[in-house]
Design a binder for this molecule. Sequence first.
Ligand code: CP3
Length: 349
Amino acid sequence: MSAPPEPGPAESALLRAYRGQPVPHTPVWFMRQAGRSLPEYRRVRAGIPMLEACRRPELVCEITLQPVRRHGVDAAILFSDIMVPLAAAGVDLEIVPGTGPVVAEPIRAAADLARLRPLAAADVSFIDKAVRLLLPELGGTPLIGFAGAPFTLASYLVEGAPSRTYATTKALMYGHPALWHDLCERLAQITLEFLRVQVSAGASAVQLFDSWAGALSEADYRRYVLPHSASVLSGLADLGVPRVHFGVGTAELLAAMAQAGADVIGVDWRTPLSAAAARTGGTRPVQGNLDPTTLFAPWQVIEAEVKRVLADGAAAPGHVFNLGHGVLPETDPDVLRRVVDLVHATRPR
Ligand code: CP3
């Protein structure tokens, strides 16, 4: 007798929670679950620059699967980077280990915009290949696609490197609003195309990372950023996949970020999930939000914090457990495995 067919991603705990449906257990995955915390990642990445690794479908497939195998998480997230579509659209950039994205010629003036051509699906055919390699390996485990939101991408393009203040980005935004909006419209097109390629190839959900939007006041966010993120999110509506919207330090922006059109709100560790749910109208599932540095604490502390986050998440119409930002490279992978087991063993309410 043959085994019953494995349930597909649509019936998975992750997608059920993202849709606000009852779940057998709280689903869990970790931002940056693939990466330097895993020795098997460091092994396969040795000597291969980050962007080059992202363009090799077999390697992308292997790295994406590593945390799924090791941790038993409820989702895979495609191994890539928010800068990948910009490089594919002609921007000369590098991802420097220990620093982050570095852009050779930052965008500061109207003439610089010519360096940012529209993205075509063919520019990122390696993504389509990687996703198609992954799907049979994943069985019923859903794959999350992702991209950077226009503000976060613009911050790297304008600053030229990671920034603490975003002073150059904000100077351009306030001083040259027409140029700013032109830049963000181009970035929205690139991001939307990048996400559509991932979903067309088989990703079951998407996450829009506006990691650095927390640098903005709510008024500036609404004026300079929200319309562009909203155009990305509405451009995905016909695909019918859950759309998660996440940023860091966004306590004051959560309502506005929800209004940009996301189905699920990602929350950093500063805002309790119950407060995030209330601020976004109490209608949307939430994702988060264990402080990633908690994973360096004694197990009893971690256990108590995981339980607190789970109890707090029960206030929302759905909860997907995650960290409040990415896994830090120094994290012990065995601790992540224990967290997954604890989340799965705790009854959802
Ligand atoms: O979550 C996952 O497992 C998927 C992989 C993923 C990566 N980047 C791989 C990566 C995701 C979702 C991203 C998104 C990303 N990239 C964001 C948004 C998420 C966030 O963290 O807020 C941002 C801001 C970037 C830009 C970027 N790329 C940074 C700041 C860095 C770190 C630089 C460093 O060395 O500290 C990168 C490089 C990067 N992206 C790595 C990985 C695994 C490390 C590269 C390496 O192994 O050398």
